[in-house]
Design a protein around this ligand. Structure first.
Ligand code: PBG
Length: 327
């Protein structure tokens, strides 16, 4: 008997052979670019903890939106950073709030060329930094927050969002938002649910980007999921699907690939994963030190997120990768 019995290396011999048998391919169509728009600045401002990313002005956001469209990136997800914050995060639903102003401009100039996804949350807009409103005892009031999310959804839809993406992990948020959109004349606006969102230390650079500090050194563990739990994520996904989510997300991506894979098997609607700020910044930091080849590591990680089952990926590498893919 010949040894080895099975020669796996035959199909790895040449680049063309490897391309032929590749099971997973990363394409520009898989990418969603997260972007930040900051109220009250005259010039785009670099985000120190996220090399290559900026807080945009409305004008520079438009330029970036056009660039993404010309690279073939199909979608962006927008985060607004207001000039002033208050207890109820009123800027989030203000028709003249920064996200709404930006969405109107983007939709006006890009039409349907890019899918405009509006992150739907209050934390960027609240002075205490939580994703919902607080009771007198400082805890997050779930149902009072849902009422505000309804208003945010309507403001974002009215401003031109194709998709709203609730990221606050309040119970019942998808049903409340779906109901508000349908009742408000926006039955065609889709809901992308941050369904399995874990309380993660990897969100730290993002909080610089949106200038959020959680009051009193607090955290989000009373609403975001415990990374210890996998089955709980499936319950969250089932609930969001039952409440009317059109697409579901798992976040962060790389530390939860098991969850991505299980969710992919479980539902038939699109599943995406969010490669979050900390995942991005770790690659950038190590690349800057010459310790790793950043673009190669990014491509490898994004491929593995796709292999795990994500239909598309929210990633700060979107533009960079689209350029590399020759978009
Ligand atoms: C909440 C929100 C967060 C992120 C997306 N939406 C931060 C949080 O939950 O604290 C994190 C994204 C990232 O880290 O890239 N509105």
């Amino acid at each position: 008997m010949a040894f080895p019995e099975r020669r796996m290396r035959r199909l790895r011999r040449t680049p063309a052979m490897r391309r032929l048998v590749a099971e997973t391919r990363l394409s520009v169509d898989d990418l969603v670019a997260p972007l930040f728009v900051r109220e009250g600045i005259d010039e785009a401002a670099r985000i120190a903890s996220m090399p290559g990313q900026s807080q945009h002005t409305v004008a520079s956001l438009l330029v970036e939106g056009k660039r993404l469209a010309s690279l073939g990136v199909p979608a962006l997800v927008l985060f607004g950073v207001p000039d002033t914050k208050d207890a109820t995060g009123s800027g989030a639903s203000d028709p003249d709030g920064i996200a709404q102003v930006a969405l109107r401009e983007l939709r006006g100039s890009l039409g349907d060329e890019l899918v405009l996804i509006a992150d739907l949350c209050l934390d960027e807009y609240t002075d205490h930094g939580h994703c919902g409103v607080l009771r007198a005892d400082g805890t997050v009031d779930n149902d009072a927050t849902l009422e505000l999310y309804r208003e945010v959804a309507l403001a974002q839809a009215c401003a031109g969002a194709h998709v709203v993406a609730p990221s606050g992990m309040m119970d019942g948020q998808v049903a409340a938002i779906r109901d508000a959109l349908d009742g408000g004349g926006f039955p065609d606006v889709a809901v992308l649910a941050y369904a399995a969102k874990y309380a993660s230390a990897l969100f730290a650079p993002f909080r610089d980007a949106v200038e959020v500090t959680i009051a009193g050194g607090g955290d989000r563990r009373s609403y975001q999921q415990d990374p210890a739990n996998r089955r709980e994520a499936l319950v969250e996904v089932d609930l969001d699907v039952a409440e009317g989510a059109d697409m579901v997300m798992v976040k962060p991506a790389l530390s939860n690939l098991d969850v991505v894979a299980e969710v992919r098997r479980r539902v038939d609607i699109p599943v995406c994963a969010y490669q979050v700020s900390g995942e991005y910044s770790m690659v950038k930091a190590a690349d800057e030190r010459g310790w790793i080849d950043g673009p190669a590591v990014a491509a490898e990680q994004l491929l593995s997120i796709k292999r795990a089952g994500a239909d598309f990926i929210l990633t700060y590498f979107a533009a960079e990768l689209a350029e590399a893919l020759g978009g």
